[in-house]
Write a protein of this length. Structure first.
Length: 458
């Protein structure tokens, strides 16, 4: 059964990585894999916990109850913390977006100089992805690119840098990337160490590729012809005032930024903080629409109960399936055995994490990080694996930034591939090497910082 679980997980992993080729959504694969692995594990558990001589009916029943009442509940609790946080954060971002809040940022960009625009977009994307999420930030910036750049092939270069900056910006923030959120929610890293220790590596991963890519861009952009549609029905963003739009934007961003502060003050899990922020936004929008009355038709009002339907629930279900599948491998002891094998074969935590980062460009980084968290448990006695240890901080960087090496390696890359029709081959030829250089540059900065600079402050 031990070997069967490994084989099924690998097969499921392959199906997830090739979802576009096999035309089966990765969420469906993850849910099936989760259910099958837990089913196998509950039959395998008596062999794991009792000797063959003690495997009577009472012992098997006791083991089954332990798995279902303790391990399964523990696993669901861990995953639920992450999912509730994500659902709250995603709802806040959708609420800002549907009311046109991001226009506050995008409408201020007026430069026509190609290199200047590249520098501005890199900075905005880097900062936005640290506060929001990589996917939303990328969508907002790509929509802006369409308004600024007429030539699609030229837009691809900017979109590529947006991918790199979004992934780099999300890596140093506790709420910027799903994998970092996982490490932060679980308590492997804290805001006080994550931001100061990953800000320089993340900047290197964004700035080095930006400067290399800027050499491909010279001159000024052509003016995009804006042909206004003759008559169109006003959107929600057009029906709210600038003041209301600004309040929703600042309340939403403030709610997300406040979550790490809330956690530090109360020691409550992050999903409680994001629930508080979402509740405040909910109250404001309800009062706002109440004051407007019939000036906006009821079906046009973007209330929370309507906005929440825009959340990508397939992503939530994918996280549920894959994280619970990883939990099954962990409770079965498979991941612990794998960690011992890696330690014996490689040993160096920096090399292990760099390999994980490169792998995250090929396969989804969520199960990679989930697996690493189960393989290497928190260990206060070991400086590398204690809270805010070098292994966890470097894992956050590598898993977040490594996905940029291939366009299919991150949510930001996939959305650009879909929106701008960027081909895998073009990205591989024009961007992958530059992304790898940026990734390794940031990794080098972290290793030097961890080896020579941080010890001076301890």
């Amino acid at each position: 059964m031990y070997l069967l679980m490994i084989i099924l997980f690998v097969l499921g992993y392959i199906a997830i990585a090739t979802e576009h080729q096999i035309h089966v959504n990765k969420a469906a694969t993850a849910l099936i894999m989760c259910s099958v692995l837990w089913t196998i594990y509950i039959f395998y558990a008596p062999e794991l916990y009792t000797s063959p001589l003690d495997q009577n009916h009472a012992a098997i029943q006791k083991t089954t109850e332990y798995v279902t009442h303790h391990e399964l509940i523990e696993g669901v609790g861990e995953v639920a913390e992450i999912l509730f946080f994500l659902m709250g954060a995603m709802t806040i971002v959708e609420l800002i977006d549907v009311h046109g809040g991001f226009n506050i940022i995008t409408r201020r960009i007026t430069t026509r100089n190609k290199r200047t625009l590249l520098f501005i977009l890199t900075g905005i994307t880097f900062i936005m992805s640290a506060v929001l999420d990589n996917l939303t930030t990328t969508i907002v910036i790509v929509m802006l690119l369409r308004k600024l750049i007429q030539d699609q092939k030229e837009r691809w270069y900017y979109a590529a840098v947006v991918i790199l900056a979004a992934n780099a910006g999300g890596a140093f923030s506790p709420i910027g990337d799903v994998t970092t959120i996982m490490l932060w929610v679980k308590g492997n890293v804290t805001t006080g160490h994550l931001i100061p220790e990953l800000i320089l590596p993340s900047l290197a991963a964004a700035l080095v590729p930006m400067f290399i890519m800027s050499r491909k861009l010279n001159g000024t952009l052509e003016t995009v012809s804006n042909t206004e549609e003759s008559a169109h029905e006003p959107t929600v963003a057009e029906m709210v005032t600038n003041r209301e739009r600004n309040i929703i934007f600042y309340l939403g961003i403030g709610a997300l930024v406040f979550v790490p502060i809330f956690k530090a003050i109360t020691h409550l899990p992050p999903y409680i903080g994001v629930a508080l922020g979402l509740g405040i936004l909910w109250v404001y929008t309800e009062l706002m629409y109440h004051e407007k009355g019939d000036s906006i038709k009821e079906e046009k009002k973007a209330r929370i109960q309507k906005v929440v339907k825009r959340i990508d629930m397939t992503t939530i279900l994918f996280f549920l399936g894959i994280l619970m599948a990883v939990n099954a491998l962990s409770f079965a002891g498979i991941l612990q055995d794998l960690s011992k094998a890696l330690d014996e074969a490689i040993g160096n935590i920096y090399v292990i994490n760099i390999i994980i980062g490169v792998l995250s460009s090929i396969v989804d980084n969520v199960p990679l990080v989930a697996g690493a968290m189960k393989m290497y448990a928190l260990d206060p006695a070991n400086a590398y694996f204690a809270v805010d240890g070098a292994f966890w901080l470097f894992l956050a960087y590598c898993a977040g930034v490594g996905g940029s090496i291939l366009i299919v390696g991150s949510a930001a890359g996939v959305v650009v591939m879909g929106l701008e029709k960027v081909s895998f081959g073009w990205y591989l030829k024009e961007v992958s090497l530059i992304a790898l250089i940026g990734y390794l540059a940031g990794a080098l900065v972290f290793i030097l910082q961890d080896s020579y600079i941080m010890p001076l402050f301890n």
